[in-house]
Write a new protein. Structure first.
Length: 250
């Protein structure tokens, strides 16, 4: 619930998703996907990708300010619903349920059973996202050094403890163990971005690790980071996609 205060910045500084992402999901589905439920839609960065493919998207988020920003940017026909994943009740089912850089905010207990209850038999679950890394190791080390007194790390650790070098990353690691899903796949979409120092700091201002700092600390760490950045900030921004299919029978 900390993101609503920076909804405009989230929309401005967070990168969107490429159109090929929807293509990957549709190819995996191997059947028409007409309806989708989005978990933690934020300002609708991923909503737009699927809505533009003609999918009827129901975008959910617990933060009213984030949904207000979403409504300003998504195509007509997208249904926006204020709700956390745990608030959603089985009833209506969808051909696709997906989460864009938001699944780690959901409660682990009963996560996959609840997910399966929202999907049609044979329906597809998709999760995608990934941290943005500074491409230049020297710049990354400089940023880490000035950030260290405030934050040891600004990344989200694996929710199930899967090591970073493991072939199958979370949530694929959990999906492989779930009796509700089959056909688990992991695909990496390579992406490189270039941004200004101001935009990079703007991006950091939308990350939860910084949002939870006291305002004076946040301002200080952003000032220090800005001082060690080059004129052009090169980013490694690969998107890791996880796909799975709801079993027809458990």
């Amino acid at each position: 619930m900390s993101f609503g205060a920076v909804a405009r910045s989230y929309e401005r500084f967070r990168p969107g998703y490429p159109a090929e992402l929807a293509g990957l999901v549709m190819t995996y589905a191997d059947r028409p996907v007409r309806t989708a439920l989005e978990i933690g839609a934020g300002t609708g960065k991923a909503t737009r990708v699927f809505a533009r493919r003609g999918v009827a998207v129901t975008a959910t988020d617990p933060d009213a300010a984030m949904l207000a920003e979403l409504r300003r940017h998504v195509p007509p026909g997208v249904r926006a619903v204020r709700a956390a994943f745990e608030d959603l009740r089985p009833g209506e089912t969808y051909g696709l349920v997906y989460a864009a850089a938001s699944l780690h905010w959901t409660e682990p207990d009963g996560r996959w059973e609840r997910m399966a209850a929202l999907l049609e038999p044979g329906g597809v679950f998709a999760s995608f996202g990934g941290p943005l890394h500074l491409a230049d190791p020297a710049v990354e080390e400089a940023v880490r050094a000035v950030r260290a007194p405030f934050l040891e790390s600004d990344e989200v650790p694996s929710p199930d403890g899967t090591p970073p070098g493991n072939a199958m990353q979370w949530p694929g690691s959990e999906l492989q163990r779930s009796p509700w899903f089959t056909g688990v796949r992991q695909i990496v979409v390579e992406r490189r971005l270039t941004m200004s120092p101001r935009d990079y700091v703007g991006h950091l201002s939308t990350i939860s690790a910084y949002l939870t700092l006291a305002p004076p600390q946040r301002e200080q760490v952003f000032r220090l980071i800005g001082q060690v950045l080059p004129e052009k900030v090169e980013m490694a921004a690969d998107i890791t996609v996880h796909l799975a299919r709801r079993r027809h029978e458990r």
